[in-house]
Write a protein that binds this ligand. Structure first.
Ligand code: SME
Length: 166
């Protein structure tokens, strides 16, 4: 049985490196997009502290549609360009928001959310999804967190078969 070790004594960067190796092991042997997206969401919720939402929105035409996630029920469709997720979708850049209440157009799915990171999932130059994490803490996510979480998404992309989505 695979166990997630969260008791690292090293730096935050090293913790992300260790967790990323565990993530690669967790996803190895399974290539299904939905399955890996569900496991990935739960892995992040289980290993990254102070999160209240962790999950995917899939790109469908010009909007994002709710995918596998862990957290409270959320809005189902977000047009490209709207909210933090929609901005990540049109810019193809990670959005790291220190205070969501100061973000013009933020979509509040869970009133407890205070900071947020949204990472676009791009495969062969095409936007497949965005991965969204919310925290009830202001400024929860540092640049080191962003880099670590982006490395998790890269591991998810490498482990997964997207051929039927592209
Ligand atoms: N806050 C997001 C909406 C998704 S929920 O956080 C799950 C946004 O502004 O796009």
């Amino acid at each position: 049985m695979f166990t997630i070790e969260t008791h690292s004594t090293g730096s935050l960067k090293e913790s992300y490196q260790e967790l990323n190796a565990q993530l690669a092991a967790l996803l190895s042997g399974e290539r299904d997009f939905i399955c890996n997206a569900a496991q990935f969401s739960a892995f992040v919720m289980q290993t990254v502290t102070d999160l209240n939402w962790s999950g995917f929105y899939f790109a469908r035409g010009e909007e994002l549609v709710l995918g596998p996630y862990v957290g409270k029920v959320a809005c189902t469709r977000i047009p490209f360009g709207r909210g933090v997720c929609g901005k990540a979708a049109i810019t193809l850049q990670t959005q790291r928001i220190e205070d969501v209440h100061a973000f013009d157009g933020h979509i509040a799915c869970d009133a407890a959310s205070a900071s947020e990171v949204v990472i676009p999932v791009v495969v062969n130059g095409k936007l497949i999804a965005v991965f969204d994490m919310d925290s009830p803490k202001i400024s929860r996510f540092s640049e080191i967190d962003q880099a670590g979480l982006e490395s998790f998404v890269a591991t998810f992309v490498a482990a997964t078969d997207f051929s039927w989505t592209i």
